[in-house]
Design a protein around this ligand. Structure first.
Ligand code: FES
Length: 148
């Protein structure tokens, strides 16, 4: 079954409303934050502040953002593990190359249903290979993703 982005978001958010309402599941239903990265000589950067927003005047931290740029064939999923540790994953399915969809701490493939965790490991096939990941370094408020 092939599902487009809107169908996926609708179905996952319906699932959130249906049962247990765990905090991690609720997190998955927050709107995805898309950020245009700044291309540098050997990578792309975004500000750490892209992960925070105000909710009722209190700062809230997003678990992930999606970085895109016209020079990139696929977006990059950047997951905040801690304030100083992030993972950066190429959102290209290792099965047949569909663009992945981010949902909380995992990525889902609308092509044939593969799933990957926040570090790019295969959770569910048919994909067999983990996602391509990039080294990430922190420079003050800047997150630099080295495109190797
Ligand atoms: S292309 Fe992603 S599971 Fe087939």
């Amino acid at each position: 079954m092939i599902m487009n982005r809107r169908e996926f978001v609708t179905q996952t958010c319906m699932a959130c409303m249906g049962g247990g309402l765990l905090s991690t599941v609720l997190t998955a239903c927050q709107p995805t934050r898309y950020v245009t990265g700044t291309v540098e000589s050997n990578g792309i950067s975004v500000l750490k502040s892209e992960f925070t927003y105000l909710k009722k005047d209190k700062p809230v931290t997003r678990p992930f953002i999606v970085v895109h740029h016209e020079n990139l064939e696929y977006p990059i999923y950047v997951y905040r593990i801690t304030d100083d540790e992030y993972s950066a994953l190429w959102m290209k399915c290792t099965h047949q190359g569909y663009e992945l969809q981010a949902s909380g701490d995992h990525l889902y493939c609308p092509g044939h249903g593969s799933e990957f965790d926040k570090r790019g490991n295969v959770n569910q096939g048919p994909a067999e290979k983990n996602l391509r990941s990039f080294p990430v370094s922190i420079h003050g408020n800047k997150i630099f993703i080295e495109l190797t």
